[in-house]
Write a protein that binds this ligand. Sequence first.
Ligand code: DGJ
Length: 539
Amino acid sequence: MKIIHILILLIVITLLSSNSTFSQTDSGTMPRIIEKDGRHALLVDGKPFFMLGGQAHNSSGWPGMLPNVWLSVKAMHANTLEIPIYWEQIEAQPGRFDFSLVDTLLMQAREHNIHLVLLWFATWKNGSNHYMPEWMKRDAVKYPNITGASGQPVDSPSPHTKAAMKADAKAFAAVMGHLKKADEQHTVLMVQVENEPGSWDSVRDYSEIANKLIAGPVPAELLKPEILKSLNRPSDAKGTWREVFGKDADEYFHAWSVASYIGYVAAAGKAEYPLPMYVNSALRDPLTNPPASTYESGGATDNVISIWKAAAPALDLAAPDIYLPGTEQELKVLELYARPDNPLFVPETGSSAEYAKFIYKVIAYGGIGFSPFGIDDNGQNAGEAGTAERLSAIAQEYAIINPMMRDLAKWGFEGKVKAVVERDDRAPQSIDLGKWQATVIFNSQEARVVQTGNRSISKAMIVQLGENEFILIGTLCRITFRPAGSDLGKAWQYLKVEEGNYENGIYKLLRIRNGDETDWGGPRFGSVPAVLHATLITR
Ligand code: DGJ
């Protein structure tokens, strides 16, 4: 063969092999989650991306409801819409799939330049089977619910029924296979598998088949020393569920059963198209270790995350839906879900100011997204003004963060962001910044002026750009600095405090803050977030 032929052959081989790397499963362009030093980034187009999300109401994924959904997304300055897709609609006839609503969502999201997180409402929706197709609901023998401790019916599907699990996996795989073909642009960033799975009203299934399983041995996957340790059990424990887990056996067994089922469904979808996938959870009080009978048992609550990890490796993360009533509980939840093996993502929370403040903490943890629930007006036609008013607390945060989102996502991933939120005691909080210590004083007097009642809503975020250089973002607080470490006690001053805004990733100066705007205890933040760029020196 002549040299020229060999060269042509080599070029053809290179082109063919590089062509295959342009397929949608290309790890360079697929949305994917990476981890470094226990922090995470969701890579979109190969770069860290923070989902400024909003979730539509449960029944708003229908074409006639979408105009108000997009109105809300726009009013919020969101970059991602979380929206349900429904098993009952997609597979109304067994084995016949209708992806028309999915296609409408893809098309409209692209028109609005918004990413999607699709929520697969299937076997479990808030613990019930209500989104199963009619043909399944009509066949309670083949697709049973669980049985309560006294034999009573419970409105929650059985995780022990292989027929339902296989049907769900088949339908979900069809959805993911369709997405692979229909979404070359990667409009969809992640998929939530089911919705708040588990069971209300019964800690587990007490059917004959479940009773038999729980009397058997704990599966080997759970008997690994690190998992047993995380569940406060001796590293060599083995035996039946009751022998290994004692009083927690019922809940742990149910968590294992639900997670195994969903892990199977997720794996079937991932085999078609490996987008990041997660499960969302209704929470328990993370501070008081309440009995499982008081919350939705079987879901990925903070005490059973390691069981979910072992049972459902196809899921990339367990995500908390934060609606708990107090700041202390929410902060604890964020701490418990931000684990090296679990990227922090808040797929549901309230849209009012007392919840909006937690986005600062999620960014600081190196999390990947935040999303208030129920952003559209659920058919009430609130109009543009009503929508903007309803979403104003979160909208003002997103308006500031969106144009600097890529930078913030990167800084969060690199561990450069620290954040504090006003706690229920409203006490000042300090942030260690190496050569400096910042103290954030929350301004509850101004909080009253903006009529927030008695809620603690203030927060501050500090990005450390250099030893003496910081970006400060916050509301209703004041940030003061003092030299720390070997510089403790030294005289110091602000070299410059700039105030401005990011526009398309570029910082635009509004003014230099000085005089009254930095003296008297450091820069103040009002009820609308500001972005300051501060440089400090010691003398
Ligand atoms: C949590 C669920 O996950 C959502 O789908 C919705 O039902 C909300 N609760 C309602 O507050």
